[in-house]
Design a protein around this ligand. Structure first.
Ligand SMILES: Nc1ncnc2c1ncn2[C@@H]1O[C@H](COP(=O)(O)OP(=O)(O)O)[C@@H](O)[C@H]1O
Ligand SMILES: CC(=O)OP(=O)(O)O
Ligand SMILES: [Mg+2]
Length: 420
């Protein structure tokens, strides 16, 4: 079964085409800077030359059409026709309280994703465009959605409620949902396998540090707390997002700077974080380069980023009354040696014994960066959200096929016999 996975972000679209039974990736790629005249398209068909293009791609529908064209392209393609795609799986960032696991797309599911536009304005509208574009270009192909929020639905009320009047929760569902759940779930399972210990017995702090970043406290394989909140703005300092701040700053800054709600929201989501403090970039690679060249603002941005991350790790160890392993993943977590080193060298009180040499080796691999015998293990586990989405989609399609097969069998015969 060939499954196409689409991860549509606010301004980007990542994709991977899996051949499930064989466990092969036929192609993967991404379209970045959607909405601009200079969108960047990268297509990596397995066993063939990569394609790089800079071209105008103004919306997600065009991006998906372009991806489908490339998948069947005579030179760069990997399929003879899009009819060889059996199902499509999508990442959906916000599933609210309605979705505790992945589901096949139907009218009800689409209605609910649209209802949640307000709570994830940068993400959910893009996902809906992705679903509609597949419907338009590949009518009848089953689609599944895998929610960032689903894994965190196991959080207890004392972790997901905010200390504000309960009417806000009852009437408007104001609560912590948490995001990156597919990734936290995946790396926690992989961490248990790596350690050779049952997940049910482990206390883990997983750190998904990408452009968006969040930590999770995972006990016995279940998320018990996570740093992102009702929206993906709360928690850690990120590339362009502020993370935690005193809520009183919002009305104060609006008054002083004469800002509208849209403007303050844009400031906190798109013009804060590493970008705002460094004045250089939202990209950790450029921050590290600048601080190594002696830039003071870059050094301050890094210090704040690391400090806030370390505080969350400490908080989650307290929340679980212990920790077996700390796991780093996603773009920064997997690639920034300096961030991992700085965090780990300041967690000696927990019993972390950091292995500097191991930290420098094995990029792209699952690995241990604490010393043998360290009381708390530290692991780097590359995330693979696309694979989890493909796996869930495959499972849903198979169980639907079993239901369809069962529905063809005439059980009434047996029933009649037993009654007679
Ligand atoms: N070698 C590296 N060193 C430090 N940071 C890196 C490196 N490679 C990638 N990154 C960081 O990873 C981020 C992207 O992470 P990713 O998980 O792909 O984020 P997202 O899925 O939110 O786009 C980039 O913004 C960049 O800061
Ligand atoms: C939920 C979220 O913040 O996702 P991303 O990191 O892809 O922006
Ligand atoms: Mg991501």
């Amino acid at each position: 079964m060939n499954i196409l996975v689409i991860n549509a972000g606010s301004s980007s679209l990542k994709y991977q085409l899996f051949q499930m039974e064989e466990g092969n990736i036929l192609a993967k790629g991404r379209v970045e800077r959607i909405g601009m005249e200079t969108a960047i398209l990268t297509h990596e068909p397995t066993g063939k030359a990569e394609v790089h293009e800079v071209r105008e791609i103004l919306e997600h529908t065009t991006a998906i059409r372009k991806v489908l064209e490339l998948l069947v392209h005579p030179e760069h393609g990997v399929l003879a026709s899009t009819s060889e795609i059996d199902a499509v799986g999508h990442r959906v960032v916000h599933g609210g309280e309605s979705f505790k696991s992945s589901v096949l797309v139907n009218d009800e599911v689409k209605k609910e994703i649209k209802r949640l536009f307000d709570l994830a304005p940068l993400h959910n509208p893009a996902h809906m465009l992705g679903i509609s574009a597949v419907e338009a270009n590949m009518p009848g192909v089953p689609q599944a959605v895998v929610f960032d929020t689903a894994f965190h639905q196991s959080m207890p009320a004392h972790a997901y409620l905010y200390p504000v009047p309960m009417a806000l929760y009852r009437k408007h569902k104001v609560r912590r949902y948490g995001f990156h759940g597919t990734s936290h779930n995946y790396v926690s399972e992989r961490a248990a396998a790596f350690l050779g210990r049952p997940l049910e017995q482990l206390k883990l702090v997983t750190c998904h540090i990408g452009n968006g970043a969040s930590c999770a406290a995972i006990m016995g394989g279940k998320s018990v707390d996570t740093s992102m909140g009702m929206t993906p703005l709360e928690g850690l300092m990120m590339g362009t997002r502020s993370g935690d701040l005193d809520p009183a700053i919002v009305p104060y800054a609006m008054g002083k700077e004469d800002l509208t709600l849209g403007e303050i929201s844009s400031m906190l989501n798109k013009h804060s974080g590493l970008q705002a403090i460094s004045g250089i970039s939202s990209d950790m690679r450029e921050i590290v380069e600048a601080l190594e060249a002696g830039d003071k603002n870059a050094a301050l941005a890094f210090e704040m980023y690391e400090y806030r991350l370390r505080k969350y790790i400490g908080a989650y160890v307290a929340a679980m009354n212990g920790v077996d392993a700390i796991v780093f993943t996603a773009g920064v977590g997997e690639n920034s040696e300096l961030l991992r080193q700085t965090v780990c060298e300041r967690l000696t009180f927990l019993g972390v014994e950091f292995d500097e040499e191991a930290n420098r080796k094995g990029r792209g691999l699952e690995r241990r960066i604490s010393k043998q015998g360290s009381k708390v293990e530290v692991l780097v586990i590359p995330t693979n959200e696309e694979w989890v989405i493909a796996r869930d989609t495959f499972g849903l399609i198979q169980s639907q096929n079993i239901r369809l097969e069962l529905s063809k069998i005439d059980f009434s015969h047996g029933n009649r016999n037993s009654v007679q």
